[in-house]
Ligand binder design. Structure first.
Ligand code: FPP
Length: 248
């Protein structure tokens, strides 16, 4: 891809996070079973990873399965796990070849053994790559993530390793699944809903949020570029005044 003329290469988000919503509705609108929406949604995942790589983004995070998604009918959960396994098997070589490093945000312990095995393999085989960091949020819940970090930090305080006064935002953030990575600059939710659904609640504190109506299976590179265009048109103030952050 040629760099899109109307995008400012110096103002790209370092980290884009996406809530991929609307798969079920996409399928239902066509009289298809909901898992068909997830299946076509995998094509959107492939397109967005490709675009993120071409744009040279630092981090891409996709919300693929939440801690609450286990409540869905078993046939849908099984279909999603099957798609994940197939996707990871299919993409392993491409990720290795394209210098992508896969990480998992979430507790892997509840994933089926075969999904966890291939996930661990892709993570291990791509660990040495230093290009795009691709986070898959799987069995992910932001509140559980925050609680896990609280428990780690509280344990260090209890055994005398750490003074409560020494707990800073940076120290705490280092214990989140995203430790060491920049916070998302741009958070996109597809499917027309306007909520965060327990996604990156700490990390998204200063993210620019873009709610788009496009259903995830229809989301392609152009839609990502549109969202980045919106992002580049926003003024990020981080609590300051417009005059303070406006370039002289
Ligand atoms: C939300 O749409 C989407 C999900 C719960 C799953 C997202 C999964 C994929 C795109 C495919 C598998 C992922 C990878 C990385 C291979 P929804 O079903 O809640 O849509 P609805 O709101 O229209 O019902």
């Amino acid at each position: 891809m040629q760099f899109p003329q109307e995008l400012d290469p110096d103002k790209l988000p370092a980290h884009v996070a996406i809530i991929m919503d609307g798969n079920g509705r996409w399928a239902q609108q066509r009289g298809l079973p909901r898992p068909m929406g997830h299946q076509v949604g995998v094509e959107s995942v492939q397109a967005v990873v490709r675009a993120a790589r071409k744009l040279d983004l630092q981090v891409l995070t996709l919300y693929a399965f939440s801690t609450e998604n286990w409540k869905r009918p078993p046939f849908e959960v099984n279909a999603l796990m099957g798609l994940l396994k197939k996707y990871l098997l299919h993409e392993l070589e491409t990720m290795v070849a394209n210098n992508v490093s896969l990480r998992c945000l979430g507790r892997k312990d509840r994933l089926p053994d075969d999904v966890r095995d291939i996930l661990d393999k892709v993570i291990a085989d791509t660990a040495g790559n230093d290009g795009l960091v691709f986070n898959l949020a799987l069995n992910y819940g932001s509140r559980v993530e925050i609680l896990d970090a609280v428990k780690t930090v509280a344990g260090q305080c209890a055994n005398g390793e750490l003074a409560a006064d020494a707990i800073t935002e940076e120290l705490f953030a280092a214990h989140l699944y995203t430790g060491g990575l920049p916070d998302p600059d741009l958070l996109i939710r597809t499917g027309g809903e306007a909520r965060l659904s327990n996604f990156l609640l700490w990390q998204a504190s200063y993210a620019e949020i873009c709610f788009v109506d496009t259903l995830w299976p229809d989301f392609r590179e152009e839609n990502l570029l549109d969202a980045i265009r919106v992002y580049q048109g926003r003024q990020r103030r981080f609590g300051m005044t417009g005059e303070q952050v406006r370039p002289a």
